[in-house]
Design a protein around this ligand. Structure first.
Ligand code: SF4
Ligand code: SF4
Length: 429
């Protein structure tokens, strides 16, 4: 019988062949560290993916699926790899070629990823519902009545992840620069960030304006497709990428993003749409202008903030900033430039917190172990505040701190900078 792998020319054989099996990535892999199984290491996963590409293992092999599902997609192995193996890209392409694991997963994928996340009006409605749920204290009431433990403990642990949404305030389409104009930039608002982290977006826009940027925030941008791409829903990721490209003017100096997971996907648009005759060029141009907010501020040179923010803070590297985009020092430099902030380094700051997109929902036990280690280390810093540049990490870490009863603010680095600029100084917003 012909293996399904042989009829799948889209499997990234070249990427998979780049691994020379040296094993230097193994000590950096969180799942190998937890499970001690070669099949849950980067080298082992590459070996299994190559076996699938060569037709030795069928694409519906349960073991292949299990070990790939356990991968966080954190890309710590890429940072460690001396041979430049592009593990993240290989994983995304192989995941896209795997058959759906179950009818249930197909239905959930269609409803949530292809339905809810692809539709800005539906996302707005979901955001309104979530804010009402929090305002009315429905979660607290359900927990008190023991509803989750009776109906679905799994749903209960997912509910425990939910953060209190920040007050919703959509950004104006145009925000003028403060002082001399240095650039005209677009701001990505995305899906989860727009609904839950409205105040972080406002802080980002103000910090950009304080640094001389005219900020354009087109409405109707929607989701960038990161969740889809990381989960193997490549067709929908491409559709969302086209919409995102259409939404932004072509003459912007930069396109700014404050969510690491989205930033790494936006920077991949050129590759994602490389075979699209209409979009390939525009996608490559778009991707070349994408900057994480910390990266852009660091590149253009920060206008010195002057209002002290007296606080001990620590910093967690979001995997998709540190490993997928190679951004490590820029956010630390911004924090050190914030007057009053004393930055305490976090042990293992570049190790995954277990959030990893929806990993904390699909692999709750492994995610819980990683989170527990992370919270121990955060608590050991004695800091009053943790800064992190990705909403998934912020949600995951905040839930871990809540569960331990540790009172510590979890913020985006730009929120601290925003306070240091003094909000009243920025006109227009
Ligand atoms: S992406 Fe992360 S979890 Fe997956 S193999 Fe690489 S280091 Fe391990
Ligand atoms: S992925 Fe890189 S570091 Fe890991 S075994 Fe292969 S070549 Fe070595």
């Amino acid at each position: 019988m012909t293996s399904p792998a042989l009829s799948r020319p889209s499997l990234p054989r070249d990427l998979l062949r780049a691994c020379v099996h040296c094993g230097l990535c193994l000590p950096t892999c969180p799942t190998y560290d937890l499970l001690g199984d070669e099949r849950d290491s980067p080298r082992g996963r590459l070996f299994q993916m190559k076996a699938a590409a060569d037709g030795v293992v069928a694409l519906d092999d349960p073991s292949l699926r299990r070990h790939l599902d356990r991968c966080l997609g954190c890309r710590a192995c890429e940072t460690a790899c001396p041979s430049g193996v592009r593990f993240g890209r290989a994983l995304e392409e192989v995941r896209a070629a795997l058959p759906p694991p179950s009818l249930q997963a197909t239905i959930i994928g269609a409803l949530v990823l292809d339905g809810l996340f692809a539709s800005p009006p539906l996302l707005d409605a979901a955001g309104r519902a979530l804010r009402a749920y929090h305002r009315l204290g429905l979660g607290r009431a359900a927990r008190k009545a023991g509803l989750f433990s009776r109906v679905s403990p799994r749903l209960g642990s997912m509910e425990a992840l939910l953060p209190a949404p920040q007050p919703f305030r959509p950004l104006p389409v145009r925000i003028p620069p403060y002082g001399e104009r240095r650039a005209r930039v677009g701001l990505i608002t995305g899906c989860v960030m727009r609904q839950l982290f409205s105040a972080t977006h406002a802080a980002t826009a103000r910090v950009l304006a304080a640094n001389g940027a005219a900020v354009i925030t087109p409405s109707g941008q929607g989701c960038c497709g990161a969740l889809h791409l990381h989960g193997g829903h490549r067709t929908m990721a491409r559709t969302l990428a086209r919409r995102m490209i259409d939404t932004f003017p072509e003459d912007l100096d930069a396109i700014i993003v404050n969510a690491a997971g989205c930033g790494s996907t936006l920077k991949e648009y050129g590759h994602l749409l490389a075979d699209d005759q209409l979009y390939a060029e525009r996608a490559a141009r778009f991707a070349s202008r994408v900057r994480d907010v910390s990266e852009w501020l660091d590149q253009v040179g920060l206008r010195p903030p002057t209002v002290p923010v007296p606080m001990t803070a620590t910093y967690q590297d979001a995997c998709h900033l540190r490993h997928a985009q190679g951004i490590h020092e820029a956010p630390r430099r911004l924090l050190r430039a914030t007057p009053g902030i004393e930055l305490v380094e976090l042990a293992g700051a570049s190790e995954c917190c277990g959030s990893a997109g929806i990993y904390n929902i699909t692999q709750p036990e492994l995610a819980g172990q990683l989170l527990s280690q992370k919270i121990d280390r955060i608590a050991a810093t004695g800091a009053r505040c943790l800064a992190v540049g990705n909403p998934g990490c912020a949600i995951q870490i905040a839930s871990g701190l809540r569960a331990r009863g540790i009172r510590m603010a979890v913020v985006h680095p730009v929120e601290l900078l925003d306070r240091a600029y003094g909000r009243e100084r920025i006109p227009g917003y």
